[in-house]
Design a protein around this ligand. Structure first.
Ligand code: F6R
Length: 261
């Protein structure tokens, strides 16, 4: 696992975008896994700029999103499909038909989930998966206690999550009570993982996930089992890491050896 610590959110986002760019330049039909949330927005902005400057193209690429609220129309401003459109897809040269976000309106959810897994497999898997980390250590919607072997599935949201989300909707009754998410096992099967986290609010949970025990109580800790992970943090999110100076030392040595992302 490489842990790259930058001074601020902007620098963190630029460095993460550089890794994505390198992978796209290596494979123009890269299969990219995506996340929503505030953490990767800066990374997506950088990718948009790179695409506008014609440094990269998404034309041959396919994307798979981690999760989506269940029973929420994709046109709803709180849906993850809507988020992806306004934060990335609308501004890059991707074929939107090849952007896959779990179907929040799926009638037969079990079938949808197994088809989503099959679709990922049929593309020979996800080359690079972008993830964020929730305040309780979740990845996707895999809340504490979710099996580390889980596959794409329907999740009943925690009552607290429903209450927390109420501010984004007209009333608490409108807040989705469930979601479809890739499982922890689905994320572990990807060929490479890129985690972005910023802000002091993430400091403790980042340290637990990267340096604590591997446990279903912090589903992000499962990435310790993955052979190819790069973590991009700002200084605040990195501030509770025990091995902070070692991570910085490693990056200096790699730079001296001209080993980039
Ligand atoms: C979103 C997702 C979530 C977020 C996590 C962090 O698709 O999978 O696990 O990555 O909740 O959210 P932010 O980035 O808003 O702190």
């Amino acid at each position: 696992m490489r842990v790259i610590i930058k001074d601020n959110y902007e620098e963190m986002s630029k460095a993460a975008a550089q890794l994505v760019k390198n992978r796209i330049l290596n494979k123009n039909n890269l299969i990219l896994g995506l996340a929503t949330g505030s953490s990767p927005i800066g990374l997506y902005k950088e990718l948009i700029k790179m695409c506008e400057k014609k440094e990269i193209s998404f034309k041959k690429m396919k994307t798979f999103n981690l999760d989506e609220y269940y029973e929420l129309n994709p046109d709803h401003p709180q849906s993850y499909r809507y988020f992806m459109n306004i934060n990335l897809f609308d501004y890059i040269d991707i074929n939107k038909k090849e952007t896959y976000v779990p179907d929040g309106l799926a009638k037969d959810v079990d079938k949808f989930c197994s088809d989503y897994e099959k679709k990922i497999k049929s593309e020979d898997g996800i080359d690079l998966q972008v993830i964020g980390i929730g305040g309780d250590g979740h990845i996707g919607f895999n809340e504490p206690g979710t099996s580390l072997a889980s596959r794409t599935h329907l999740v009943i949201l925690d009552e607290q999550t429903i209450k927390d989300n109420a501010r984004f909707f007209n009333s608490i009754d409108e807040v989705p009570k469930s979601a479809i998410t890739m499982g922890v096992g689905t994320v572990l099967d990807t060929k490479e993982i890129l985690l972005v986290a910023n802000g002091i609010k993430k400091a403790k949970i980042v340290a637990q996930a990267l340096e604590g025990p591997i446990t279903s109580m912090v589903t992000c800790s499962a990435i310790q089992l993955h052979p190819k992970v790069t973590v991009f943090l700002d200084k605040e999110a990195a501030s509770e890491l025990k091995r902070l100076s070692y991570y910085n030392f490693v990056e200096k040595q790699l730079a001296n050896m001209n080993i980039s992302l």
